[in-house]
Write a protein that binds this ligand. Structure first.
Ligand code: NDP
Length: 467
């Protein structure tokens, strides 16, 4: 009998099956299209204890009880269809783990449905791409503790490791795992866009070559900005196209694709009423990038006149570094606040410092700054708003002049800095006691009798404005 079953043998599933087998587990595998299973076993499996099955019934029967089945298939209807297919063969206390990028609301629904049938269920976020799936991803499982305990040994062994332990923890109740993975991706979108804006600035203001940009990114990657996304960015800047011999980056069309998790983060933050403008604008930036033809037409209609400012290149690179750190800090800060609010509203019971710990290895947003953020969270007794801490105040103070310089000069050169500007505006708005929302309340009351509160006395007021 085998220890664990895995369904879905595309890139993630193949590699995760190999990962678990290399940790000493006997793994049963199944894929809807049998040719894929056959090809995987013939071409990728060597000495690993991986056993292919071509019917669901045989696959399920090959597993030790209580059975543990991990789904690594396309998110959405495919997950419901697959659950329906395996359900007739399962017994009380068996466990299904959905490790695709499922929407957290679907996970909550499936959890409810399966608990009525006494089948355990975990919604597990996984990050690290195909490399992580094989060598150790960051795993974000959520659901009942009982379900987690059943499979935790396997997950802890398969996960990436850092000096703070395996990058896997019991994230929380219900759909907590998929919620946290969704926000992870929202932060990922924001950091990618921030790096893209720095790259744009370096090219258009500082006239830097790809090699020079790559050198600066590599240098940054050795310090405070050390992160997986910084590392791949400097490698990208240097990569030569095999066909043309030029830099591949210069041949890539400037239209950013997306699969939806960044959009879900933005939608959810609006639903929960948590401000995450930098995360949201990273999605908007991808959407605008998609209108290539429209941008081409409009770029000819409007003046490209720049206000050339003489800048000291070395100083400006230092400002860009600090501005990027500012943006990254605000992105994590917004994401953590969103997770915390969801944890309260959905009763997830999430420990924020544990989330930061399991993001330290394996995942796409792994970064040096996570240790600093963890210190803040722990010192402030899990207060989700990082901006309250003294450490954050000092950190921000040190970066402010740089983000001012970058956003100001960016405007003079007509460079869209959507996430940089939003991070600064978020900071301005959140740290401002008096916002102009009073006039919005007056307008609402004027046209819709929506009422308002006053600063000088308690109560709800309405005014007949034109009388
Ligand atoms: P895909 O998202 O491309 O999904 C392909 C797999 O899903 C194949 O095994 C396919 O089977 C199966 N599938 C699709 N529809 C059905 C269905 N109706 N019934 C049964 N099986 C179905 O594969 P990935 O490996 O890229 O990702 C797997 C999951 O992990 C996804 O949810 C993805 O969002 C998530 N993920 C992916 C990451 C990545 O870097 N790729 C990173 C993190 C998470 P068949 O061969 O029969 O078509």
């Amino acid at each position: 009998m085998n220890d664990v079953g895995l369904i879905g043998l595309a890139v993630m599933g193949q590699n995760f099956a190999l990962n678990m087998a290399r940790k000493g587990y006997r793994v049963s595998v199944y894929n809807r299209t049998p040719e894929r299973t056959k090809k995987f076993v013939e071409e990728k499996v060597r000495d690993e204890s991986i056993f292919p099955f071509y019917t669901i019934e045989e696959f399920v029967k090959s597993l030790k009880k209580p059975r543990k089945i991990i789904l690594m298939i396309k998110a959405g209807k495919a997950v419901d269809d697959m659950i329906a297919e395996i359900l007739p063969y399962l017994e009380l206390g068996d466990l299904i783990v959905d490790s695709g990028n499922s929407h957290f609301a679907d996970t909550a629904r499936r959890l409810e449905y399966l608990s009525q049938k006494n089948i355990l269920f975990l919604g597990m976020g996984i990050s690290g791409g195909e490399y992580g799936a094989l060598h150790g991803p960051s795993l974000m499982p959520g659901g009942t503790k009982e379900a987690y305990d059943l499979i935790k040994d396997i997950l802890l062994k398969a996960a990436a490791k850092t000096e703070d332990g395996p990058c896997c923890t019991y994230v929380g109740k219900g759909s907590a795992g998929h919620f946290v993975k969704m926000v992870h991706n929202g932060i990922e979108y924001a950091i990618m866009q921030l790096i893209a804006e720095v790259y744009d600035f370096m090219k258009k203001v500082l006239n830097m070559t790809n090699e020079q940009i790559g050198d600066v990114f590599e240098k940054w990657n050795k310090g405070e900005l050390n992160s997986y996304l910084m590392e791949i960015s400097y490698k990208i800047m240097r990569y030569k196209d095999k066909e043309t011999g030029g830099f591949l980056i210069d041949y890539i069309l400037d239209k950013a694709e997306q699969k939806g998790t960044g959009k879900w983060t933005a939608q959810t933050s609006l639903d929960l009423g948590v401000p995450t403008p930098t995360l949201n604008l990273a999605v908007e930036a991808r959407i605008i990038s998609h209108y290539k033809e429209e941008r081409k037409i409009l770029s000819k209609l409007y003046s490209k006149e720049k206000n050339i400012i003489s800048v000291n290149k070395e100083e400006m690179i230092e400002h860009l570094k600090k501005a990027l750190l500012f943006g990254v800090f605000m992105s994590f800060s917004q994401g953590l606040w969103l997770i915390d609010e969801a944890s309260k509203q959905y009763n997830y019971g999430i420990d924020l410092s544990e989330i930061l710990r399991i993001w330290k290895g394996g995942c796409i947003i792994r970064a040096e700054i996570l240790d600093f953020l963890r210190d803040i969270i722990r010192e402030n007794e899990e207060d989700a708003n990082l901006l309250h801490s003294d450490k954050a105040i000092d950190f921000i103070k040190d970066k402010l002049n740089s983000i001012y310089q970058v956003t100001e000069i960016g405007k003079n050169y007509r460079i869209p800095l959507m996430t940089m500007n939003s991070a600064l505006d978020y900071y301005f708005a959140l740290t401002e006691e008096n916002l102009p929302a009073n006039i919005i309340q007056a307008q609402r009351d004027f046209f819709g009798a929506h009422t308002y509160e006053r600063i000088d006395r308690e109560g709800i007021f309405h005014t007949e404005w034109e009388r």
